[in-house]
Design a protein around this ligand. Structure first.
Ligand code: NAD
Length: 326
């Protein structure tokens, strides 16, 4: 059994990884600055950290800290001596990264380099897992996009995520750090509060509000249920084939926003769907990613289609009082 330190472990994806690691019998340290990216006044779900950690909070060693605070980060890693480090901490939203480009650089790139700076000096860490994004590819030229697809990020988020990958590989080559890179995409599920399209659609549907599809609703995304994302990250983190490799960890299928809306209309026949033709030209044209490499090398096997994922998401949210048991 391993001790795993998760930077950004209190977040949406990190919390699911925590549940799974504890179920497997591992020890978990969460290093997190508990940042709100959306004003807490605007968030419908107020107690999301409590909801994310229901039943497991007392089994985790929570350390509040920011990856940009180098001395504190080093101290926590030296004190806790984890065998594996999963690096999720980063400004996670593309639109926000473009608006707050300096914050994106320090949060995404400098934060990752600060962890790598500690890793060059210690020998107890058997694996560093850097969480990247499908945004590093820019416009998909090949669908499904494989891991060796050209990397032409179109905006600040994809660019800084990619720079973090390059630094992960460079430090690893120079200082012998065993690393893996994971590229998720369009992760959705209960307790995401960053106002991604999936969250807005599901919450609006539950509250009886309309949803708006931009770019004619024809943009396809590889929507991935958060349980599959967490499974894939763990597979990469523990499999020896994961070392020195980058993996797409998604469902492996592109669903358009119209298809997302149609699935929701199956649950909410009166849901009003507004379609706007306006297109954001800086948003990369994406779609399915190839997950063959992860399937073959680390045994990744995603289970949850978008139809099933939306059903499970709604089941959890219908029990919450804030949605009035709709
Ligand atoms: N959700 C997605 O669809 C998606 C897709 C691709 C990649 N990712 C990546 O996955 C990671 C996690 O995303 P998420 O959706 O769980 O976001 P999230 O906002 O729910 O979680 C991020 C967590 O990191 C913490 N954090 C941020 N900056 C920090 C810092 N400098 N020091 C310490 N803690 C910090 C935040 O407090 C938060 O708890 C991010 O790196 C994101 O870029 C997410």
């Amino acid at each position: 059994m391993s001790k795993v330190l998760i930077t950004g472990g209190a977040g949406f994806i990190g919390s699911y990884v925590c549940h799974k690691l504890l179920d497997m019998g591992h020890e978990v340290v969460v290093f997190d600055a508990f940042i709100h990216y959306i004003s807490p006044l605007k968030s419908i779900l107020k107690q999301y950290t409590e909801l994310r950690f229901q039943g497991i909070a007392d089994q985790i060693d929570f350390r509040r800290g920011d990856t940009r605070d180098k001395a504190h980060l080093r101290r926590v890693i030296l004190e806790t001596q984890p065998e594996r480090i999963l690096h999720l901490a980063a400004l996670p939203i593309a639109d926000l990264s473009n608006r707050h480009s300096e914050e994106a650089l320090t949060s995404i790139l400098e934060g990752a380099v600060n962890v790598l700076e500690v890793l060059r000096d210690v020998d107890f860490v058997e694996r560093f897992v850097y969480i990247s994004s499908s945004m590093i590819y820019g416009d998909f030229e090949e669908i499904p996009a494989p891991e060796d697809h050209p990397k032409r990020p179109k905006e600040i988020y994809g660019g800084t995520k990619y720079a973090g990958e390059v630094m992960t590989e460079t430090y690893s080559r120079r200082y012998g750090i065993p690393y893996s890179i994971v590229r998720p995409s369009a992760v959705y599920g209960p307790y995401d509060v960053n106002r991604r399209v999936s969250q807005i659609f599901v919450e609006n549907a539950l509250l009886g509000k309309p949803i708006t599809l931009f770019s004619g609703g024809l943009q396809a995304l590889d929507f991935t249920y958060v349980e599959d994302t967490a499974d894939g990250i763990i597979k990469v983190m523990f499999h020896e084939n994961g070392v020195g490799n980058a993996f797409n960890i998604t469902y492996g299928h592109g669903y358009t926003l119209r298809e997302f809306a149609e699935i929701l209309q199956g649950h909410f026949p009166h849901l009003e769907v507004r379609i706007v033709e306006e297109e954001d030209v800086f948003r990369p044209k994406r779609g399915a990613l190839s997950i063959e490499k992860a399937k073959q090398m680390v045994g990744y096997d995603p289970q949850v289609s978008l139809e099933e994922g939306i059903k499970q998401y709604l089941e959890v949210y219908r029990k919450l009082e804030v949605f009035n048991n709709k």
